[in-house]
Design a binder for this molecule. Structure first.
Ligand code: SAM
Ligand code: CA
Length: 220
């Protein structure tokens, strides 16, 4: 027993997956297809996908945002947890990756809940703010280019209603955020966002050590 978060060796991680992950077949197949791609590591883990489904259910979310779709795994998790009239605005720049995503969203029968916005996410978010959508979203997942994380966070905070939740991925960045010798632009950007969240009075926060680290920020 310990009063700090337990480290997961392979055996314990396999146990966690075996006793808790209920991955629908369509998601398992998407994971198998994505595993053949050179950038497969960009996909969230199945237990994180399930955790995000639970968050969306707990929030009773109807309007949601995703910044960084890749082959559509996290988007499909969120879409599955939405009510039939729910919607996910899914932002990505890659037609190639999102073609895979769209195939699986269709296969799951959920493509009508997901509105794909192809183009730089910052422009999409700014367009939606300009269109008067501030304060109207329940949940946002940020998982695109790390250098823009602060800008995405500020836009999502505007777009969220009071009590809405932002989940920001990869905030532990494989451990490099805690290595002072790592001065890569992506690491600096994640570190800066983490420091900002640490004492941002606009949100309540918790950093969850799931996957590569998931920062949760609830708008006050
Ligand atoms: N959430 C995805 C999942 O679970 O499978 C993984 C997302 S992957 C880490 C990051 C994605 O961000 C890539 O698909 C990339 O094309 C996209 N991206 C990079 N820069 C972007 C930008 N400026 N605007 C929108 N999307 C961007
Ligand atoms: Ca990620």
């Amino acid at each position: 027993m310990s009063n700090r978060t337990v480290s997961l060796d392979d055996r314990l991680y396999d146990y966690l997956l075996a006793v808790s992950v209920r991955e629908p077949r369509v998601l398992a197949e998407l994971r198998e297809e994505t595993a053949k791609l050179p950038n497969a590591g960009m996909q969230i883990s199945p237990e994180q996908g399930q955790f995000m489904r639970l968050l969306v259910e707990l929030l009773g979310a109807r309007r949601t945002l995703e910044i960084g779709v890749f082959t559509g795994y996290s988007a499909l998790c969120v879409a599955q947890a939405l009510p039939p009239d729910g919607e996910l605005v899914a932002c990505d720049v890659s037609e190639e990756y999102t073609n895979v995503a769209r195939r699986y969203w269709q296969r799951a029968g959920l493509e009508q809940r997901i509105q794909l916005e192809l183009g730089p996410a910052l422009a999409t978010l700014d367009r939606r703010i300009a269109a008067g959508e501030a304060g109207s979203y329940d949940f946002a997942f940020i998982d695109a280019d790390k250098e823009s994380y602060q800008a995405y966070y500020e836009r999502c905070l505007q777009l969220l209603r009071q009590g809405g939740l932002i989940a920001i991925d990869n905030v532990l960045w494989g451990g490099s955020v805690a290595d002072p010798e790592n001065q890569k632009s992506s690491t600096l950007a994640i570190r800066a966002l983490n420091s900002k969240l640490a004492d941002d009075p606009r949100v309540s926060v918790s950093l969850i050590p799931i996957g590569d680290g998931l920062f949760l920020a609830r708008k006050r």
